[in-house]
Design a protein around this ligand. Structure first.
Ligand code: NAD
Length: 344
């Protein structure tokens, strides 16, 4: 089986080559992202493998189907970049529903600790033999309240980590997890209560029409002064302009961003020699209390192994049985895992 692999990075290849070779799958790595202009590169391949910033809209779906391609293997969990409604009945979409939730949850905590203990400042100072502590005062996490939006696999690991720090947790999820609310240190609440009472807010829900700009001018108004925002989920959960205004007005004490609304043409690439056109991102990065990493939270050895293994096994399962447990189905206005096998 030959698979066109878009948006390929050097760190993808070792694990995909290994699992591919074990399962008679040959990957052709294209550095370019998948979009309307590049879809033709997939001509002659049996399937396409795509990542978070590839574009799989109606035009791309039509092009892929026109070349006889019936399978898209996403090597990620999120699928907000795929027009699932349009794909239904045309293109089978497989995904990696879970891979090391620890990678993302631990990165969220790494960003939080870096930010509130000013590690990013201290690192640069001490490299310049500046051992002054002025301006480096942080605060204890112990006893603070963290609001966690989305209590799925990653959200729950993040909650466990926070509980290890002695924090209280206010959780919100459209579909609350059984047994998580203990009525004491972890409580499910509505978003209004979460925004109003959290010292730190961390986003772990998917990007959907409902969650788009869940952090907005309006929701930030409800927050405590000095709230710390962590977003390791999807950029468009946060209205970046509203966040910038919140930082300027001192309402937001700090922001830790691994994702950004307009990241697709910037993140994962070296833009250091270019003029950054995105004024909002440039302004955010210029703030002393904003830390930006470029969609790095998933990037651990364990997660890369999990991703390659599941992607390859998804393709093998689909091509052997014409169905796959990790296929996504669009039905009745919702996209969900097609646990029962064949989607259409
Ligand atoms: P998951 O499916 O296990 O959990 C998502 C949770 O969000 C579920 O409990 C679900 O009920 C909840 N949810 C759905 N709609 C909601 C809504 N409207 N309001 C509140 N909660 C809602 O997913 P996960 O594996 O925990 O991943 C969470 C997100 O993390 C993914 O959607 C993805 O966007 C992001 N992610 C980021 C990276 C990265 O490298 N930065 C890596 C992997 C995943």
């Amino acid at each position: 089986m030959k698979v066109a692999f878009f948006d390929a990075k050097p760190y993808d290849k070792p694990s995909f080559d290994r699992y591919g070779a074990e399962n008679s799958i040959e990957f052709k790595y294209f550095e370019t992202k998948l979009n309307e202009d590049t879809a033709e590169l997939a001509n002659g391949y049996d399937a396409v493998c795509a990542f978070v910033n590839d574009t799989v809209d109606a035009k791309v779906i039509d092009k892929l189907c026109g070349m006889g391609i019936k399978v898209l293997a996403l090597r990620c969990a999120g699928f907000n970049n795929v027009d699932m409604k349009y794909a239904y009945g045309k293109l089978h979409v497989l995904r990696v529903p879970a891979y090391s939730p620890y990678a993302v949850a631990e990165h969220a905590m790494a960003l939080l600790l870096t930010s509130i203990r000013r590690i990013h400042k201290a690192y640069i100072r001490s490299r310049d033999f500046n051992f002054s502590l002025s301006g480096l005062t942080g605060f204890d996490l112990h006893g603070k309240t963290v609001g966690v939006i989305g209590t799925g696999r990653i959200g729950r690991v993040f909650i466990d980590i926070c509980r290890g720090f002695g924090m209280k947790v206010l959780a919100y999820d459209k579909f609350p997890a059984q047994g998580l609310d203990n009525g004491d240190t972890v409580r499910y609440v509505g978003t209004d209560e979460l925004f109003a009472n959290s010292d730190i807010i961390s986003l772990h829900c998917p990007l959907t029409e409902e969650t788009y700009h869940i952090v907005s001018e309006e929701s930030l108004q409800k927050c405590k002064k000095g709230v710390v925002l962590i977003n390791t989920s999807r950029g468009a959960l946060v209205d970046a302009e509203a966040l910038l205004n919140g930082i300027k007005s001192r309402k937001v004490g700090a922001a830790c961003l691994d994702v950004y609304e307009e990241e697709s043409n910037l993140f994962f690439e070296d833009n250091s020699g270019h003029i950054l056109e995105d004024d909002t991102l440039a302004r955010l990065i210029s703030m002393p209390n904003v830390i930006v990493t470029s969609h790095q939270a998933f990037l651990t050895e364990e997660a890369l192994e999990n991703i390659a293994e599941t992607t390859v096994l998804n393709l093998v399962e689909f091509f052997n049985k014409n169905q796959c447990e990790n296929e996504l189905c669009y039905r009745f206005g919702n996209t969900e895992d097609c646990k029962n096998g064949k989607c259409f």
